[in-house]
Write a protein that binds this ligand. Structure first.
Ligand code: GLC
Ligand code: GLC
Length: 814
């Protein structure tokens, strides 16, 4: 194991081990799998919610707080006036030992001070609407110790936005009840809510507090609550203001003795007619039942074992063993794990997404599916149907939908013209993984024609023709409000600071065109045509290919700048991403999408474009969006020029699009180059950069500051990013080259030349393949021979119908 400044990977346990509470930013983990989610930092900061981080938030968290990451599930100790906390903070003091382990769906915290050792283990059990925390406290000294323990959480008054803004109301509404060892949060239960939350412990308590000021004191902070300092709770009962839950437990530990306690923070819904036990007293029965599932160490451990099993199972669907350990760690553990987090939360709740803003993005959520279809195919099918149901019959789509209502978000609207074609990607990807071609016949009405029995296939047709029906003066796709690059707003022209770039659209917008959508149309248009063929719709396929070939010709004519692909034409018909521009001469997105579509792969343009990417866009930590960065605001380009150079879409390294270049390089057969890029933007490959990078070293961030930035290499906005799914897709399907296809599993790796061999265990539909790839001639690409159970096959694809079940596959490159 390699020890670094802030922590290290423990692969055997699938954990990242953090060795100091004082990381450059809070390094978090996600707990929860089906409906109840918690964000937990390396000092137990963060919050939890049921389904919707805006409308059902259980605990309070203050974004952008000072000190950073204050507020969470805290356990305080007081031993003879010396105080510290079981998660390293918020009490700032010298500890004799601190360690946080973030694992798959759980986190643990080990702390020692004054010869008192504690271990806190936190997770959300499967099928459970709450967090459980076990605290074990051991006396490592040779004399008896009496100490006081205080738990602490602060309630959020359910609606997180209102909770942070509407103080004139909500300082009067807070209500709690206390019964035996349980504190109940029942704000607004008296009116329209039929849910409450509780915080309990499986042990008698010596006191409690439910009023924040009583517990913390008016001018103290989380680091030195008055009650903890005094060593005595006040039994406060909150009426309005800020309700909290804190238990006081007196521990008396003999030498070597351990006390073990399980705390449960639960969410409960009660049928309307059973809300009350008696006048004004809530029905607590569901809470007692809930607590009884976790009230012993044995039950706690059994639940944790179930959770571990669940994750082993999910992650075990693909296991790779390559000569590069960072690659193994990424593919086997952390990249897949992050993909599941994006499946659960899309872009809603992280330490940078406040949970009160964005819903499920049409573009983001369709793309994300390529990272987890192999793990949760049925859930992906449902997700695709939810997305398709927000599409209009003309193919256009709401840019976002709300997870609670599954309705398109009218405030944001549509007209992001790349949106429709992402539905083809997600659908084709799902069918390749599962073989479920019949999915295309599923009835999914369009949003505007609820009574028409449209099929999923009709949605793909509508997506395809939405592009065909929205072409601009050069015959290229109109960009609308924005294509993949949300900040390239070519029809906005905003000079008014209070306006949204992305939803302001002036004029007819029938001029500005996107080469990224053009490439996307060819790539996923071909996929659409393949699906037509696959289902016997040969005429539809032929008709589609006429449009695709026309688009390719148009790209050749109007999209090639001499050494790379142009990015767009603006509302005045002027090119962006051309050598004729002063700034923004070359962009990443159109290179990625035209090349992934195969344009220029045969005639030398692909080499040229990729060499230009290397020459102009490459930075130490990845490939930047464009160069040169825009130095001034330009109303014709919109938000992209609003950022200082080197940040976000203005020449930052936007990790989401880096895998597109990896895929393009792999298609061209340049395996060393593909792998070099991969290892730059993937933080798991760069543990030495933890301090500079700042965000969690085990997951992708949305952006790493580019070469024009004041501090290049600093990452921002970790966890919820399309970089996760795309990297996994590029890594498994293009570098390792193991790709599901309609007829079977295709094998076509593109690896660094110095790899002698690698192996992959891949579950695919009902088959499990143990694939050994040998590279005796040290090539990057080229498959000489594939043998399955000792028998040679033709071509690169293992035909599924002939070879389902368990198989040994040997591949020889050369
Ligand atoms: C901002 C960000 C962009 C993000 C968008 C989401 O424009 O710069 O990265 O995609 O908001 O609405
Ligand atoms: C953000 C958005 C995504 C967009 C990207 C680039 O990540 O979520 O939809 O494509 O920014 O602007």
């Amino acid at each position: 194991m390699q020890q670094d400044q802030y922590g290290y990977f423990d692969d055997a346990n699938k954990e990242f081990v953090i060795t100091t509470p004082y990381t450059p930013l809070p390094w978090i983990n996600y707990l929860g799998n089906d409906g109840f989610y918690a964000l937990i930092s390396n000092t137990a900061g963060g919050y939890s919610f049921y389904r919707d981080p805006k409308f059902r938030r259980l605990t309070r968290y203050r974004y952008n707080n000072v000190p950073m990451d204050s507020g969470g599930r805290y356990f305080y100790f007081n031993l003879d006036g010396d105080i510290w906390s079981a998660s390293g903070r918020p009490v700032d003091c010298e500890l004799d030992h601190y360690e946080c382990r973030h694992g798959m769906g759980y986190s643990s915290f080990s702390v020692e001070k004054n010869q008192i050792a504690s271990k806190l283990t936190s997770f959300v059990p499967l099928d459970t609407t709450g967090e459980v925390h076990r605290l074990q406290v051991t006396n490592n000294s040779d004399s008896s110790k009496e100490l006081d323990l205080f738990s602490f959480i602060e309630w959020c008054l359910w609606n997180a936005e209102d909770d942070g803004t509407n103080f004139q109301r909500n300082l009067s509404t807070g209500e709690v009840e206390i019964e035996s060892n349980t504190i109940f949060h029942k704000t607004e239960y008296r009116e329209r809510r039929n849910h409450y939350a509780f915080y309990s412990v499986n042990r008698d308590i010596d006191g409690f507090d439910t009023d924040r000021n009583a517990f913390i004191g008016n001018y103290n902070g989380f680091g030195n609550p008055q009650v903890v300092k005094n060593g005595q709770s006040t039994n406060s009962h909150a009426h309005g203001w800020s309700p909290i839950a804190s238990h006081h437990i007196k521990l008396d530990l003999a030498p070597g003795e351990t006390a073990s306690m399980v705390f449960v923070l639960g969410y409960v819904e009660v049928p309307e007619e059973q809300k009350w036990q008696s006048q004004g007293v809530i029905n607590k029965k569901p809470s007692w039942d809930f607590q009884s599932k976790f009230d012993t160490d044995e039950k706690f451990e059994a639940e944790l074992a179930k959770l571990n099993q669940y994750w082993d199972n999910l992650l075990g669907k693909i296991t790779v063993n390559t000569p590069n350990n960072s690659m193994n760690r990424a593919m086997n553990i952390w990249n897949q794990y992050q993909n599941m987090v994006t499946f659960n939360l899309s872009r809603s709740a992280s330490f940078y997404e406040s949970g009160i803003g964005r819903g499920m993005g049409f573009r983001d959520s369709n793309q994300d599916t390529i990272g987890f279809t192999h793990m949760v195919p049925n859930a992906v099918k449902e997700r695709i149907i939810d997305l398709a149901a927000t599409q209009q019959s003309d193919g256009s789509a709401y840019h976002q939908y709300q997870p609670l209502t599954k309705k398109g978000n009218a405030a944001i609207g549509g007209n992001f013209n790349d949106d429709p074609m992402w539905l083809v990607l997600s659908t084709a990807n799902y069918i390749k993984e599962t073989g479920d071609v019949a999915f295309l016949d599923t009835i999914v009405p369009f949003e505007d024609t609820p009574d028409v029995q449209s099929t999923q296939f009709d949605h793909l047709t509508a997506s395809f023709y939405h592009v065909v029906n929205n072409l601009g003066p050069h015959g290229l796709p109109l960009i609308g409000r924005a294509d993949w690059n949300d900040c390239l707003n070519l029809n906005c022209f905003s000079t008014e600071p209070n306006e949204s770039y992305q939803t302001t659209q002036r004029g007819e917008s029938d001029v500005a065109e996107s080469l990224m959508i053009a490439g996307q149309f060819v790539l996923y248009g071909n996929e659409y045509a393949n699906l037509c063929d696959l289902t016997g719709r040969t005429e539809d396929a032929a008709k589609a290919r006429v449009h695709i070939n026309q688009m390719i010709a148009t790209i050749d004519q109007h999209g090639w700048d001499g050494n790379w692909f142009i990015r767009a034409y603006d509302s005045r018909g002027l090119p962006l991403g051309s050598h004729t521009c002063d700034e923004g001469k070359i962009f990443i997105e159109s290179q990625g999408f035209c090349l992934m579509a195969g344009i220029g792969m045969q005639d030398g343009r692909a080499e040229k474009a990729l060499n230009a990417v290397n020459q102009h866009l490459l930075a130490e930590h990845g490939i930047v969006v464009q160069q040169p960065a825009y130095s001034d605001y330009n109303k014709y380009y919109g938000e992209i020029t609003s950022y200082p150079p080197g940040y976000k879409e203005n020449a930052g390294i936007f990790c989401h699009n880096n895998p597109w270049i990896v895929v393009s390089e792999a298609m061209l057969g340049r395996g060393d180059q593909a792998f070099d890029y991969f290892s730059r933007f993937t933080p798991l490959f760069r543990p030495q950069d933890m301090a500079k990078h700042r965000t969690e070293p085990y997951v992708y961030s949305q952006m790493i500051a580019g070469k024009d930035a004041a501090i290049p290499g600093e990452a921002k906005n970790s966890w919820l990013t399309g970089a996760a799914a795309w990297s996994f897709y590029a890594g498994t399907q293009y570098i390792l080259g193991i790709a599901p296809d309609y007829q079977g599993l295709s094998i076509n790796p593109c690896i660094p030349k110095d790899w002698d061999e690698f192996s992959v265990k891949r579950q695919f539909r009902d088959a499990t393949y143990h694939i050994q790839v040998n590279n005796p001639n040290k090539v990057s690409k080229g498959v000489m021979k594939i043998e399955i159970d000792g028998q040679g096959i033709e071509g690169n694809t293992i035909p599924y119908n002939d070879f389902n079940g368990e198989h040994q596959v040997v591949v020889t490159m050369g």
